[in-house]
Design a protein around this ligand. Structure first.
Ligand code: NAD
Length: 501
């Protein structure tokens, strides 16, 4: 096959040939195969892990100031490469260029955070906890860390992990999605140009077999995963069983509640953008609108009008609002679920099935779809569709909406549209979800807070990036010190608990 090969990045070198049955990368707008992936062999995975372990030994000894300097340089290079990265993302993932640039910007926020690593790693010190005794505590890196990332944010999600892992002194191996692997190779180039030593950031491509090798290897100390819940669960069980620290972020079914007192135009605009942006392929997409009955007809009419006005075509065209889905399989699955909802009695208020933009008839498109009168028993409600499909459920009041959200197995994000502070407060207090928006449709926390859902949306103890990212990639050490002067030498004591002298 004559397609270009997306290489692994191991110890600073590009390596790998695509095997006889290669993983293919498609341009989702045209449906064409545009590249093939060099899935890492067992030897290549071993070489990367060994190189990471070697690199960790010296990188973890590099001064905090020097580490911060690499992060600052990476920041500058990423900002300067935003257009190029966005073009790579749009070509392989399908999203529109402006959204792909937004993804780079959100990743940059985590780099900004990691630039402050000297401050973030400041320890604690308690002088004179007993007579002549002082205690210091601080955090140290773990060693070789691994990130396994999904197709939908090929720049942002690796940047949720790697800047914090590396700034705290670890080595990091990225296993990106084989659907859109090229951005990860560009990230490796930028890390290298920023002055990061070879082996500290590496890329291994492939599928479950490559991941399996990383999860159980004795030199790997921590695994960050972002992807679907079934895989998150499997990765968590395997890696925890092998003694690793694991954060495994899973899927989502994010609900918005639209109350009758909300600003109708603003709520409709927000829900349309959050349901159909990136063709609904965001883990924080709003895929369910729980709308108070008294305003439901009006809300749906507004949403349908706005969604109909969206331009659907190739993401590299600046006039386009929504690109294709990532694969023919993902599109076909979404369209099947729409069909099943219609057959089960939902009203298809806007039907995006069969969308074929002119000039891109072979692309993986489905248009914005609005399903009214969805029942919680329908697959359009229970399944994460991960496509441009908004399910509308009519509710009588806020409490019914909160009960529905809390009954859902996912708990990633949620949003409330209201003019009432009391309703917002009740919602924040009662809802069983990790990230909450009050009149904010996609409440992804800024880089200096941490990101994470509840329930099936995150398996593990730590949220990602921000302060929880620092805690995840480091382990605590505490020293209790005494430097007795000869005249103050204490009596030997058999009393373990004596802190009073
Ligand atoms: P996925 O679970 O299919 O794949 C994620 C990664 O895991 C990829 O690198 C893939 O190659 C690898 N993988 C797949 N199957 C595996 C297996 N059996 N063993 C080991 N590794 C395996 O997810 P996806 O389709 O790439 O991404 C979409 C999913 O990611 C959605 O469910 C979405 O909600 C979720 N997501 C969640 C968040 C979050 O923050 N919670 C963010 C982005 C995406």
């Amino acid at each position: 096959m004559n397609l270009p090969v997306v290489p692994n990045v191991i110890a600073g070198g590009m390596s790998g040939t695509a095997g006889p049955d290669p993983l293919l990368v498609h341009n989702p707008a045209t449906g064409e195969a545009i590249a093939q992936v060099a899935a890492a062999t067992a030897d290549e995975a071993e070489a990367a892990i060994q190189a990471a372990d070697q690199a960790f030994r010296s990188w973890s000894e590099v001064s905090l100031g020097r580490r911060a300097a690499v992060l600052f340089k990476l920041r500058e290079l990423l900002a300067g490469s935003a257009d190029e990265l966005a073009a790579i993302v749009s070509r392989e993932q399908g999203k529109v260029i402006s959204d792909a640039k937004g993804e780079v910007a959100r990743g940059l926020e985590v780099v900004d955070f990691a630039c402050g690593i000297p401050q973030l790693l400041k320890g604690e010190y308690s002088p004179q906890v007993a007579s002549g005794v002082d205690v210091a505590s601080w955090r140290e890196p773990l060693g070789v860390t691994v990130g396994v990332t999904p197709f939908n944010f090929p720049v942002m999600v690796p940047l949720w992990m790697s800047p914090v892992a590396i700034a705290t002194g670890n080595a990091f191996i990225l296993k990106p999605s084989p659907l859109d692997p090229s951005a990860s190779v560009k990230l490796a180039e930028l890390w290298r140009r920023a002055g990061l030593p070879d082996g500290v950031f590496q890329v291994l491509h492939g599928g479950p077999d490559v991941v399996g090798r990383l999860l159980t290897h004795p030199l790997v100390k921590a695994v960050s995963f972002v992807g679907s819940t079934p895989v998150a669960r499997q990765i968590h069980v395997t890696a925890v069983g092998a003694g690793k620290r694991v954060q495994a972020l899973g899927g989502a079914k994010n609900h918005a509640i639209v109350l009758a007192d909300s600003d109708a135009e603003f709520a409709a605009d927000s829900v349309v953008a959050a349901a159909f942006g990136a063709a609904g392929q965001r883990c924080m997409a709003l895929s369910v609108a729980l709308v108070q009955e008294s305003v439901a007809d009006e809300f749906i009419a507004r949403v349908v009008d706005k969604a109909k006005a969206m331009t659907v075509s190739v993401g590299t065209d600046p006039a386009v609002d929504m690109g294709p889905m990532v694969s023919a399989r993902a599109r076909d699955r979404a369209e099947e679920i729409i069909g099943a909802a219609a057959a089960a009695g939902a009203k298809v208020a806007l039907d995006g099935r069969g969308s074929r933009p002119a000039g891109f008839e072979r692309g993986f498109f489905t248009g914005p779809t609005v399903l009214d009168a969805v029942q919680p028993s329908m697959s359009a409600y229970t399944e994460e569709i991960f496509g441009p499909v908004l399910a509308v459920v009519r509710i009588k009041d806020l409490d019914e909406g909160i009960d529905l959200i809390n009954a859902n197995p996912y708990g990633n994000g949620t949003a409330l549209f209201t003019a009432s502070g009391a309703a917002a407060r009740r919602f924040e207090r009662r809802v069983q979800v990790g990230m909450i928006g009050i009149n904010v449709p996609i409440p992804v926390p800024v880089g200096f807070h941490s990101f994470g859902g509840w329930k099936d949306s995150l398996i593990g103890d730590f949220h990602i990036y921000g302060p929880e990212g620092v805690a995840f990639y480091t382990q605590a050490k505490v020293a209790t010190r005494r430097w007795p002067e000869p005249s103050q030498r204490p009596e030997a004591s058999f009393n373990f608990g004596d802190r009073t002298t």
